[in-house]
Design a protein around this ligand. Structure first.
Ligand code: URA
Length: 434
């Protein structure tokens, strides 16, 4: 292998062939290519980018680095959903049972959080007893029995991505369009769904900070999936302020439950509708977005979505009654500090990235892969951007392990807010590939 030559060629902006990329991924997974060479190549990719052919080759090489899951045909058209990562993003937890209740079979593999973005698996593990490690037989059986299963990524699903992602996380090479597109799509192709809805986050709390980059990323992922015979739709959604009110694992599960009870935050509920509509259209369960929305609304009003969530949690060993009494069953932080508005005015901004970082410091996220998280901790915003407040009104709750830890972040929490006199409009989400 001529790894040094490949690094130098990429550094100068040259092209790597499909064969070279395949050898590179195989060599890295086999341990023949050391981290320092792979890191140098990743950094060259961050600066020079990759063309479409290179991105497709990288995606396929990573998807083929481990098992590719297959499902019995009788399960029907399986639809998956993936978010590029946000703060307060508990969408899968509400949306998956919601859609399963309407007959969309759900077989989803999810990840843990890293950095300032949270992971679905960590959030679900805040439900006492909930098992996220299902073997493939259990996984398929559960989808056959109740129409929904959600598990952590199996050991051998796109292992090249797992290794590369861990390396990128500590070498400043996460925020690269070709690397994000190939990372996400390799996992999606390996996990075997027929249709995929991608939630591409854009804004200061997202990996893609501007809309033009997010659109390129979305188109790239749609193209990779379509070339591999999948139906793929991407939706661009804003990540400027945290999604919903809650940031932190058990706090977010409670908010997902509230949403299925019909009393979730407006922005979060709307995002669930937007993604759910695309998933229903892909699954062929409805002909129009308005019909899909109507059916989703019905599943909330008649309680079927909440009941499916209870059934799903029970099936995975958790206490299903958490959907009835989340306050009693979910673990709670021992200390809650309410921070009050320092002035009167309209909230113009709540910085999402910094909010994710504060939640992490409180124990809700990991700074490194081996850190243990505390599912009880995090932030609950009491207002969203656009709210008008009087000085001293309650503004945010800090859920912490101790008074000392809450007080340590109090000042930074106040700095999350920008105040003004007018309401800023939240741009609507954009659909690509429908
Ligand atoms: N999510 C992923 O799965 N991979 C990335 O590279 C970024 C976000």
């Amino acid at each position: 292998m001529r790894v040094v030559e490949w690094i130098e060629r990429k550094r100068r902006g040259g092209h790597l062939s499909g064969e070279e990329i395949t050898q590179l991924i195989r060599g890295y997974v086999a341990g023949d290519i050391p981290d320092y060479q792979m890191s140098a190549l990743l950094m060259a990719i961050v600066f020079q980018g990759m063309d479409e052919q290179e991105i497709t080759s990288l995606t396929l090489a990573m998807a083929d680095s481990g098992d590719r899951l297959t499902y019995p045909k009788n399960l029907g058209f399986l639809v998956d959903k993936h978010s590029t990562g946000g703060v307060g993003d508990k969408t899968s937890i509400a949306l998956m049972p919601w859609l399963a209740a309407m007959g969309v079979p759900i077989a989803k593999m999810s990840g843990r959080g890293l950095g300032h973005t949270g992971g679905t698996i960590d959030k679900l593990e805040s439900i006492p007893g909930f098992r996220t490690e299902l073997n493939q037989a259990e996984f398929v059986q559960q989808v056959e029995a109740i129409g929904i299963a959600l598990a952590g990524q199996s050991g051998n699903l796109a292992p090249a991505d797992k290794m590369l992602y861990a390396l990128r996380d500590v070498t400043g090479t996460v925020a690269s369009l070709p690397l994000i597109a190939s990372s996400i799509m390799s996992k999606k192709l390996a996990s075997g769904a027929d249709g995929i809805v991608l939630d591409v986050k854009v804004g200061e709390g997202a990996f893609m900070q501007n809309e033009a980059d997010a659109q390129v990323l979305a188109r790239q992922m749609v193209q990779i999936g379509t070339q591999s015979g999948k139906k793929v739709v991407a939706l661009l959604s804003r990540m400027d302020e945290p999604l919903g009110y809650a940031v932190g694992n058990a706090l977010e599960v409670k908010e997902a439950i509230d949403t299925l009870r019909g009393c979730g935050p407006d922005d979060f509920t709307e995002l669930c509708y937007a993604l759910g509509i695309e998933m229903m259209l892909l699954a062929g369960l409805t002909k129009s977005p308005s019909e899909a929305r109507h059916k989703m609304k019905e599943a909330i009003e008649n309680g079927q979505a909440l009941e499916k969530m209870r059934q799903w949690i029970d099936a995975q060993g958790g206490i299903g009654d958490v959907v009835i009494e989340p306050e009693k069953i979910l673990p709670r932080a021992p200390f809650v500090l309410t921070v009050h508005a320092p002035q009167s005015g309209t909230i113009e901004k709540i910085h999402a990235l910094a909010a994710g970082e504060i939640a992490m410091r409180l124990g809700a996220g990991r700074a490194t892969k081996t850190d243990k998280i505390d599912v009880r901790t995090g932030l609950v915003f009491l207002h969203k951007v656009g709210a008008e407040l009087q000085a001293d009104q309650p503004l945010v709750e800090i859920h912490a392990r101790s008074e000392q830890e809450a007080l340590a972040v109090q000042n930074d929490v106040l700095h999350l807010f920008e105040w003004g006199n007018h309401t800023s409009k939240i741009p609507p989400s954009i659909v690509i590939g429908r």
